[in-house]
Design a protein around this ligand. Structure first.
Ligand code: WQD
Length: 323
């Protein structure tokens, strides 16, 4: 099959492109390079620079490259920014997906793997979040991802497309230093940034109802996220018309902020630094950990990489960019 990977020049997208080409799939990258980087696209993989709002270019690209399926990773993903610029998030994430689905219909493409997020769950009040845990997103970002899933499920029912929506938990790490996340919007890179500035890393609240009082999350290596996309794409190749899967991608293991910060300090050789506990960050749920059972049953997929690999590889990428 030939796959159009939107957002394939971004942090997660580039890892997916790598896993898919190594898995023997043909890939074309479609990216507006707003946060992506053309250097992340491997030699031999075509890159089409364009917006997900450009239906004509999407349709033409699918026809010209004889695309048979889409992996839709392009999107805006910062929770805080989505609160400030909701219309922008709805346009890029919801209108963009609708435009893509229209272009797919026009070009006769009927398979899609969609990047969704654990943000659809909001503040889940359960130990392990299953795909049937009620969704109650807490931000415009999370809303756009849930609406995206609904759009896709409706298109699967009405038009017979085959689809898999993958709900990522907390993505970290890199397969190679040059593929690392360039932003500092999540815990691991935010700790690196503080250390680099000679400041103590911050722990946002230690009075949660968790074993050590700090928030618990399910961190997953971006290479595992990528291999889950390959598994989903390959599953859709032979799936029945109208197949519509919703799958968590997590490890099913919780780690506290305190534990993560301690590990980061160790890996980066900063064990003497004492983290600073500050006020809670508004909107943070105490605990969000995946049940990873459904994807194992449906696709035979499980995560392979552990926390130290995530932190070490992220650190190497950070050093490459900042040293
Ligand atoms: C993790 C924990 C912070 C920085 C977000 C989105 C989610 C998904 C992943 C896209 C929290 C704490 C952080 C710091 C800290 N994104 N923290 N000190 O909020 O779990 O998830 O990114 O799909 O949808 O909501 O991730 O990495 O920001 O925070 O104590 O300097 O680390 O409070 O408990 P989060 P995060």
């Amino acid at each position: 099959m030939s796959w159009l990977v939107t957002g394939g020049a971004g942090y997660i997208g580039a890892h997916v492109v790598r896993a898919m080409t190594r898995g023997g799939e043909d890939v074309v990258v479609y990216d507006d390079l707003s946060t992506g980087d053309a250097d992340r696209v491997p030699t031999g993989v075509p890159l089409v620079v364009g917006s997900v709002l450009d239906g004509e270019l999407l349709e033409r690209t699918m026809r010209e490259h004889a695309v048979t399926g889409v992996v839709h990773i392009a999107g805006k993903k910062q929770v805080g920014e989505s609160v400030e610029r909701p219309l922008h998030y709805y346009r890029e994430n919801v209108t963009g997906l609708q435009t893509l689905l229209d272009a797919m219909a026009a070009a006769g493409v009927d398979r899609i793997v969609f990047s969704s997020s654990a943000a659809v769950y909001g503040m889940p009040d359960v130990d392990l979040v299953t795909e049937d845990t009620p969704c109650a997103p807490m931000s415009p970002y999370g809303e756009t991802k849930l609406i995206g899933e609904w759009l896709i499920a409706a298109a699967a029912r009405a038009h017979g497309i085959r689809a898999a929506s993958l709900r990522y938990f907390n993505v970290a790490g890199a397969a190679a230093p040059e593929l690392a996340d360039s932003g500092a919007f999540n815990l691991i890179p935010m700790v690196f940034e503080r250390l680099e500035a000679g400041e103590a890393p911050r722990v946002f609240g230690d009075d949660y109802a968790t074993p050590d009082g700090t928030c618990v999350r399910d961190y997953i290596h971006v290479e595992d996220i990528a291999s889950a996309h390959l598994a989903a794409a390959q599953h859709l190749r032979d799936a029945a018309e109208g197949t519509s899967l919703i799958l968590n991608i997590g490890r099913g293991e919780g780690s506290s902020v305190r534990e993560m910060v301690d590990r980061i300090l160790k890996v980066t050789g900063n064990e003497q630094v004492a983290p600073e506990v500050t006020a809670r960050r508004p909107g943070d749920p105490a605990r969000v950990v995946a049940s990873a059972g459904r994807i194992r049953e449906e696709l035979g997929w499980t995560a392979r990489h552990g926390l130290d690999e995530m932190i070490e590889s992220a650190w190497q990428g950070w050093r490459r960019r900042h040293d």
